[in-house]
Design a protein around this ligand. Structure first.
Ligand SMILES: C[S@@+](CC[C@H](N)C(=O)[O-])C[C@H]1O[C@@H](n2cnc3c(N)ncnc32)[C@H](O)[C@@H]1O
Length: 261
């Protein structure tokens, strides 16, 4: 059998004759399904949010003083960010993804979408409001987001870590909830969804028990105008689409960050 030629992320986006990058293809960014959140990935990370130059991520917003308001933790291939970008064009959104190739794919996807948007309409600011960092959100979330800066925090189809001895690796865990409450502003929403009922129950129990979060149901969020967000949470991500293809169930649980007294 002949050797298969490996494609690197750098060569995975082709260009057209007019030199516009085409959308990257996932098959060129293959990686193991899981990354250990406790291992040292030699990640680079900012010392604090104030040390981040957001204009590098969102050049069209430079000079506005804006920082990300939506964070998609474990964003995978970026489906939620891409779905929400045109719905909230003035809101900056950041995906956090620990896997190298997957975060590279999202970066290339956003870069390509920005260029094609500009080509269609030179005044377009399409996808200028989304970006991605390769980061271990379980270790470095407060290095990226300052206190009360986020209005939405997404945990969509997080890794389930089924075995009890692995539960400590779950991204919603009692030890991390204080960090999530810290970066969310009062009124901000934590959105969780999974196809694993046991994980849904785990996330619901822990988030409900934390004094700075209260459960909020889907109807209430829709009545507050957050329907497009809920729809994207259900349907936009690659993992969510896979669940749909396999006829699986999806369990949504949302929580509001309440004021501390
Ligand atoms: C099952 S996938 C879901 C991806 C995406 N949210 C979706 O719905 O398609 C979980 C993702 O979380 C990422 N992840 C796991 N632990 C992480 C961590 N500590 N920090 C950042 N990303 C993490 C994984 O690499 C993986 O891409």
């Amino acid at each position: 059998m002949g050797k298969r030629k490996r494609t690197t992320a750098a060569t995975a986006t082709t260009t057209t004759s007019s030199d516009l990058p085409l959308l990257p293809q996932k098959k060129h960014y293959r990686q193991r399904a899981h990354a250990n959140p406790f291992s040292d990935h030699s990640l680079q990370y900012p010392i604090a949010p104030h040390a981040i130059d957001w204009s590098v991520h969102y050049p069209a917003f430079s000079g506005t003083g804006k920082a990300p308001e939506f964070a998609d933790v474990g964003c995978g291939f970026g489906g939620l960010l891409i779905a929400l970008a045109p719905i909230f064009p003035d809101t900056l959104m950041l995906g956090m993804e620990i896997r190298v190739q997957v975060s590279q794919y999202v970066q290339d996807r956003i870069a390509a979408l920005r260029v094609t948007g500009q080509a269609d309409d030179p005044d377009s600011t399409s996808y200028q409001n989304v970006s991605i960092v390769r980061a271990n959100a379980m270790k470095f979330l407060p290095n990226y987001f300052s206190k009360n800066s986020l209005s939405a925090l997404f945990f969509l189809f997080p890794d389930p870590h089924f075995k009890s001895r692995k539960h400590k690796a779950r991204i919603i865990s009692p030890t991390l909830l204080a960090e999530y409450a810290y970066v969310l502003r009062p009124g901000g929403i934590v959105y969780t969804i999974t196809d694993v009922k046991d994980l849904h129950d785990w996330m619901r129990v822990h988030l409900s028990a934390f004094p700075l979060f209260e459960p909020v149901d889907e109807e209430t969020l829709r009545s507050e105008g957050k329907g497009p967000i809920i729809d994207a949470v259900y349907t936009s991500t690659e993992e969510g689409k896979k669940v749909e293809r396999n006829g699986g169930e999806k369990w949504l649980a949302c929580f509001r960050r309440i004021e501390c007294h």
